[in-house]
Ligand binder design. Structure first.
Ligand SMILES: [Zn+2]
Length: 435
């Protein structure tokens, strides 16, 4: 099925939760036609009523740290601070081969889950920039299938790390796709503001977007996102600036949060929430009640600020779990953000598709005629079923070619001598299917 020329024909497929069955023709790697089912259509894939979505997006992950959990020593407390300490112990062991092998493995895990668009932060607090050099090679190698963007990320700070300003600039010169920052980690508030300002200066100099780890703390006095909004506006960078994490927003007083969300919308900024890491790492200084460690996703979405969701960690010193499943990330977003209203669940799915694509500034993204055929086809009929059952896609298509496939998910179990449904798949309209 499928071939190198990127031609593929798919039948009995839905292209949205409310869509009827359509047929899709892909030629030369592009979607040529999405149309009503015709008897005479000869298909390579029979999707049997499943759902086709654009390739999933992971707008925030750390591929350089992925799969390092446990070596040289595990994170016993599970805290952010011990995680940073353990990563500091792991860094001297980094070699290009080590980073390339782990990153490629983590990318394969993503692809198996239908994720073909990935933005990875890369720690540049290393005089040799080993991880960045390695990931630039990986970016070129996977380019035919996966869009990989690399953010120059100063894990140990720009101004509180020796030669920090030189290293992040060198990372941009080597070819990083976006400028990062970590203002809340600098030693003083003044240095935090300089951290954000420096990122914007570099972005202007190298004509690149900005994506800053900003206010990833429960400290309600950590307020660097407002500086990002001011500079986004001053530099005319609407649509090109992402604030990642912004968990302190969950601790701000309501009056300040209200003002902040308004100016983020006005400046045209984007936000990436990382619910897996943050729900376990934040609130660690609280006794009870414990804060959820999440930015104000519901209110940001209501104000029209695009919110994407990132996987952040895959088996690294900060989070020992993770699998590359962006459906799991969106499901966690729904739970932690209390986003279970009908439209809100759709917005959660959006956070790993269209909102993620906005954060990555992808232009050729979606299921429309003429677009590049980067797709995932699930054997469930709706996005809500996908969030509920967390299936792997049956087929993952990159540039019109099948790059990964998984056997149908088991939705029936042998019980009392009879195969019975255990998934309760719903038809988009009409009565539930209880066979
Ligand atoms: Zn991160």
């Amino acid at each position: 099925m499928g071939n190198a020329s990127g031609a593929l024909r798919i039948k009995n497929v839905r292209v949205g939760s409310d869509s009827g069955l359509v047929q899709v023709t892909i030629e030369q790697g592009k979607i040529m036609q999405v149309g009503r089912a015709q008897e005479s259509f000869v298909a390579d894939i029979d999707a049997e009523g499943g759902l086709m979505v654009p390739a999933l997006v992971d707008a925030h992950v750390h591929l350089d740290a992925a799969l390092t959990e446990g070596f040289p020593s595990p994170n016993h407390s599970g805290t952010l601070i011990e995680g940073i300490e353990r990563w500091g112990q792991r860094k001297p062991y980094l070699t290009e081969e080590d980073v390339i092998a782990r990153a490629e493995e983590a990318i394969r895990w993503h692809v198996g889950h239908g994720v073909l668009k990935i933005r990875s932060h890369v720690d540049i607090c290393d005089p040799d920039l080993t991880a960045l050099r390695a990931l630039i090679k990986v970016r070129e190698k996977v380019r035919p299938w996966v869009t990989l963007q690399l953010v120059a990320f100063p894990q140990d700070g720009i101004f509180c790390f020796p030669d920090g300003p030189l290293l992040i600039e060198e990372a941009m010169r080597l070819g990083a796709d976006a400028v990062g920052g970590i203002p809340h980690y600098e030693w003083t508030r003044e240095d935090g503001i300089r951290d954000v300002e420096y990122a914007f200066q570099l972005a202007a100099r190298y004509h690149k977007p900005v994506d800053i780890h900003c206010d990833e703390t429960d400290d309600d006095q950590s307020r660097f996102v407002e500086t990002m909004a001011k500079l986004t506006s001053q530099y005319g960078m609407a649509g090109q600036v992402t604030a990642s994490h912004t968990t302190a927003m969950g601790s701000y007083n309501d009056a300040y949060a209200f003002k902040l969300i308004r100016i983020l919308a006005q400046a045209g900024m984007l936000v990436v929430a990382n619910p897996l890491d943050n729900v376990v790492l934040q609130g660690r200084f609280d006794t009870y009640p414990k804060r959820r460690g999440m930015t104000r996703v519901k209110e940001l979405m209501a104000a029209g600020v695009p919110v994407a969701a990132g996987h952040d960690s895959i088996m690294d010193p900060w989070y020992p779990l993770g699998s590359g499943s962006q459906l799991f990330v969106a499901s966690m977003l729904a739970h932690v953000g209390q986003l279970t209203g009908t439209e809100e669940l759709k917005a959660c799915f959006d956070s790993i598709t269209y909102a993620g694509a906005k954060a990555m500034q992808l232009r050729d993204y979606g299921i429309e005629e003429g677009m590049r055929a980067d797709l995932a086809i699930f054997d469930v009929p709706t996005t809500t079923d996908a969030l509920r059952l967390l299936p792997r896609p049956r087929w993952v298509v990159a540039g019109g070619s099948i790059v990964a496939s998984t056997p149908p998910s088991a939705t029936k179990v042998l019980w009392d001598g009879e195969y019975r449904s255990v998934s309760y798949l719903r038809a988009p309209q009409g009565p539930p299917n209880l066979q």
